[in-house]
Design a protein. Structure first.
Length: 415
């Protein structure tokens, strides 16, 4: 029986495994390394995060992105976005150097057992572990607008379902959304010859400003410090003090997590969008239905006027909605045992342990608990070290710890 089984091999899963291995735990990692970046994001995309805020985490800080780029003979400059392909290669390099052999099989089920958990792989093998860290990323929580649900995938898809956009060349596509994913997807489509438009609820698109220089006078830094989520004291608190964020009231945390860092595009993307992408602002999708080989979309403005447009395909860049019921790989009894917060997301304690003893959560699913940084790579450093401390604490509790009734007791939650 393993001490820790890590489900997921993206930045969070790999970083947790690196810290756990360094702590002397018997660790197993299951999942395709960097699958989201390799299989679910179109080639040509760039990271919105700054290079220095895009490191995976190992305890000694040996396997940083700048080290990888130096190894390849390139540099990671401030305010120069990192190509998706480079970041995916960096993650694979990190896995080879900082993590024991990763088992690339997919986990289909995690269920409780006496003293720990049974984890079933896609080919039917059962692997047992005393604790489990679930680091499945955002993909299970992809959100389609209600009007689009039920339409066939030939006509409607979520932006997270595309490793490439080539099949849309010379076609007509409507992208729904106003955030980075929507705007960059639209730009890539336009640049390959697709007739594309962006349909946005907001009256106008928002764009982030270019970041200030990394090195600047102290008084400018004091006024607006750099952080992994951008400059400014508010972003700094979200990015650099997630432990303090966790101590805010539940409803306050949920409200901030839902509203902070709202839809906006990166500064380096603006010219590409404004030069070649049609934008239909201030309109909300009401109904959608199949018409021949395409989709007819009915929209309404805030002033009540309706409009109809037809398109061959809709890409919904409409984000992710975290909820307990979407963790389908957890057995029904395990899902039902998870306490949830005001937004319906599973709650976590101070060391990322869920309300079920021994089950730890990481990544976007914990944004309501630890803040918006958990939706970005920058959150891995705090998560990995803190979560592994929680795992060690849970292991020290001994077998009796796993027989506590699920809930928010002090021993279970470390509070």
């Amino acid at each position: 029986m393993y001490d820790l089984l890590v489900v997921g091999a993206g930045p969070y899963g790999l970083s947790i495994a690196s810290h756990a291995t360094a702590a002397g735990l018997d660790v197993r990692v299951l999942g395709r390394p960097m699958a989201t970046w390799r299989d679910h994001m179109p080639r040509g995309m760039l990271l919105a995060s700054a290079p220095w805020a895009s490191d995976l985490s190992d305890p000694e800080g040996r396997w940083r992105l700048d080290v990888f780029r130096a190894f390849r003979g390139t540099t990671a400059r401030h305010a120069e976005p990192v190509p998706l392909e480079v970041f995916a290669e960096y993650g694979l390099w990190f896995a080879r150097n900082a993590v024991p052999g990763v088992d690339e099989r997919t986990v289909t089920r995690v269920a409780p057992r006496a003293g720990g958990f049974d984890t079933v792989t896609e080919d039917g093998e059962t692997i047992t572990a005393r604790t489990v860290a679930l680091a499945v990323g955002a993909l299970p929580f992809a959100q389609l607008p209600a009007a689009l649900r039920g339409l066939p995938p030939e006509l409607v898809s979520h932006s997270s379902r595309h490793a490439g956009l080539e099949r849309f060349r010379d076609r007509d596509v409507t992208v729904i959304g106003a955030g980075q994913s929507a705007l960059e997807t639209a730009a890539l489509l336009a640049e390959q010859g697709t007739e594309v438009r962006v349909l946005a609820r907001t009256d106008r698109l928002r764009w982030h400003d270019a970041p200030p220089p990394r090195e600047r006078p102290w008084w400018r830094s004091a006024r607006s410090p750099h952080s992994g989520l951008g400059p400014g004291w508010r972003n700094w608190c979200y990015a650099e003090r997630p432990g303090l964020y966790r101590r805010l009231p539940d409803r306050t945390r949920a409200r901030i997590a839902a509203g902070a860092l709202g839809p906006a595009g990166a500064w380096w993307l603006r010219e590409r969008v404004e030069r070649q992408v049609a934008v239909v602002p201030g309109r909300e999708l009401v109904t959608a239905r199949q018409v021949g080989d395409g989709v007819r979309l009915e929209t309404v403005s805030r002033r009540g006027g309706t409009a109809v447009l037809e398109t061959a395909h809709v890409i919904a860049a409409t984000g992710f909605r975290v909820g307990r019921e979407r963790l389908r790989l957890l057995s029904p009894d395990l899902r039902a045992a998870l306490a949830t917060g005001a937004d319906g997301a599973p709650e976590v304690g101070l060391e990322f342990e869920s309300s079920y003893p021994g089950l730890f959560l990481a990544g976007p699913v914990t944004a309501a608990g630890f803040g918006p940084a958990m939706r970005f790579v920058h959150g891995v450093t705090f998560t990995a070290g803190t979560l592994v401390r929680g795992v060690r604490r849970r292991l020290r509790a001994g077998p009796a710890g796993w027989h506590l009734p699920p809930g928010r007791g002090a021993e279970t939650w470390g509070t």
